[in-house]
Design a protein around this ligand. Structure first.
Ligand code: ZN
Length: 249
């Protein structure tokens, strides 16, 4: 055990599906169903088990040694393709995941990406999300409308974060305790606003392995790229985090 306490890798996925015919955009945060399957089977082979982001955050806060190797699978936004292509693989392996839900957009589309020239795809509705929750998934916070929290006033940011939490909790029937910043965007005060809204932990889109020495409101994740097969995952999970010189300052 290092002096920094325990580490739990949090994998970051968005979409799991075939590359869209209209080109190369948006590849970085998407994987094919085949590669996703390879990643999960590799983690099983490496004797990892999954925990929700909530459970990981609680364990990081407690800092007690883990009894087994654990990792977290996260999906931002909650695309239908995740329920279609990733959920069966996870179910087969006895794995769970955390999905960061945009509470006012469930059953609709990622309309916030219209202006970004990114593919717009269907998002899971509450019925499907609740089925996943019943399988052990965590339905976590990602605001009500997916704003750039670093570009709006504190008042607007807090309102959207709180609305997202309240809308989601009315559906999921339990407290929502963790959060993810839309677009990975946050200003200096945003983590405090997220805490004020009642969340105990949050993750960013910054690369790194979450450990108990880090700010629980700014936990990093392991980004997975479209072309990553099993070797790509090993590189991102084990090799790259040990190469501090390659990190951006
Ligand atoms: Zn998002």
């Amino acid at each position: 055990m290092s002096l920094h306490g325990i580490k739990i890798p949090v994998l970051m996925y968005h979409k799991v599906g075939a590359l869209l015919p209209d080109g190369n955009i948006d590849r970085f945060i998407s994987v094919s169903p085949q590669n996703f399957d390879k990643h999960m089977r590799l983690m099983r082979k490496l004797r990892y088990s999954t925990v929700t982001f909530e459970s990981a955050a609680k364990q990081l806060a407690a800092g007690k040694p883990l009894t087994e190797k654990q990792f977290v699978v996260t999906f931002d936004d909650g695309y239908e393709c995740v329920g279609e292509h990733a959920a069966p693989t996870l179910h087969t392996l006895g794995f769970c995941a955390t999905v960061f839900v945009v509470s006012s957009a469930t059953g609709l589309q990622n309309s916030w990406d219209y202006a970004n020239n990114k593919p717009v795809l269907p998002l899971m509705g509450w019925d499907r999300l609740l089925e996943l929750q019943a399988e052990g998934w965590e339905l976590a916070g990602h605001t009500s409308t997916h704003p750039h929290l670093d570009r709006v006033t504190d008042e607007v940011a807090l309102e959207d974060i709180v609305a997202g939490k309240q809308e989601a909790e009315a559906r999921i029937g339990r407290p929502q305790t963790t959060f993810c910043y839309p677009y990975g965007g946050y200003a200096t005060r945003t983590p405090e606003l997220v805490k004020q809204a009642g969340y105990m932990a949050a993750c960013t889109t910054k690369s790194g392995i979450a450990d108990s020495s880090k700010n629980p409101m700014l936990l990093p994740r392991v980004k997975i790229a479209y072309g990553d097969g099993a070797a790509g995952l090993i590189y991102r999970l084990i090799i790259r985090p040990r190469m501090p010189s390659m990190r951006r300052p």
